[in-house]
Design a protein around this ligand. Structure first.
Ligand SMILES: NC(=O)c1ccc[n+]([C@@H]2O[C@H](COP(=O)([O-])OP(=O)(O)OC[C@H]3O[C@@H](n4cnc5c(N)ncnc54)[C@H](O)[C@@H]3O)[C@@H](O)[C@H]2O)c1
Length: 262
């Protein structure tokens, strides 16, 4: 049984993750953490009334000796401190929270290496998104002019999404930086052309009703290609999280991208 703590358990993804861990025969939920919760035990929540799982509100209270894997679905502001804490206590982080900066990831990778702890940061745990990123990288070899449109629910804090940024980074590995569009174009409304990553434009849509969706649009002379993925339900991320939790114990470094464990 892998002993797991879920950070951000009161949130949308955290709640879905708690349900997944409880229903998985190989996993044991040994703690939940959310500074914005009031419960001292998960059993104070109606649907979990039969359980006995401590709920923590600050890092220093966590019984770290019991935890093997730290699943993090928190917020861009919290994730760095959480993952650092996990690594320093020899707990393997499985991180879905987006918004970590490149230099923060590099710092966490150094801490993981020093402590010989494995972990995974995955901007997207959905298999359709992982495939979309791989297909997009392949397509950009032949169609290097590309724009990305990502669509999310209107409660999302960071823009562009971690998946969109990661898609652009993967494409940039094989596409040389170049300006796209008319060099003389003007934005009549600032921001109309979207964010700019090495010449690729990224557009973020925020609307109620959406969960997580992405389109990568390629254009070439006389033709176009669109690759699209849709996550309609948060449960779609859970098989990826479960794979990561099961495999992370064998790693000794902090990996980025679910594809590294598939
Ligand atoms: N990787 C993926 O596949 C994937 C999929 C969906 C969402 N996400 C990301 O997961 C994150 C959470 O998304 P959500 O929709 O569940 O958000 P949410 O706002 O519903 O939940 C976040 C929770 O984190 C808690 N929190 C805040 N600070 C904390 C801290 N220091 N420690 C622990 N918990 C803390 C909040 O109280 C809240 O309950 C976001 O960054 C989102 O982009 C990733």
């Amino acid at each position: 049984m892998v002993k797991i703590l879920v950070a951000g358990f009161k949130g949308r993804m955290g709640h879905t993750t708690v349900e997944m861990v409880l229903n998985h025969p190989g996993f044991e939920l040994v703690g939940v953490y959310d500074p914005h919760s009031i419960e001292k035990n998960l059993n104070e929540i109606n649907e979990f009334s039969e359980l006995d799982v401590p709920a923590y509100h600050q890092l220093s209270d966590i019984a770290t000796g019991k935890v093997e894997v730290w699943i993090d679905f928190t917020s861009p502001k919290a994730v760095f401190e959480n993952v650092k804490f996990a690594l320093e206590h020899h707990i393997s982080p499985v991180v879905g929270t987006t918004g970590l900066k490149d230099e923060q990831v590099a710092q966490l990778q150094r801490i993981a290496k020093k402590n010989q702890v494995g972990g995974l940061i995955a901007p997207n745990f959905g298999i359709s998104a992982v495939l979309l990123m791989q297909f997009a990288k392949q397509a950009a070899k032949y169609l290097p002019d590309v724009e990305i449109i990502e669509m999310h629910h209107d409660k999302k804090l960071d823009a562009p999404s971690g998946t969109a940024l990661n898609t652009a980074k993967m494409i940039a590995e094989i596409r040389s930086e170049h300006y796209q569009g008319n060099p003389d174009e003007t934005e009549v409304l600032p921001g109309a052309r979207g964010a700019n990553f090495q010449g690729m434009r990224i557009h973020s849509v925020r609307l109620p009703g959406y969960v997580a969706h992405e389109q990568v649009l390629f254009g070439g002379p006389g033709e176009a290609l669109t690759i699209r993925q849709d996550s309609f339900d948060r449960s779609s991320f859970m098989s990826g999280v479960a794979v990561a939790v099961s495999k992370i114990g064998k790693q000794h470094e902090l990996l980025v991208g679910l594809e590294n464990l598939l």
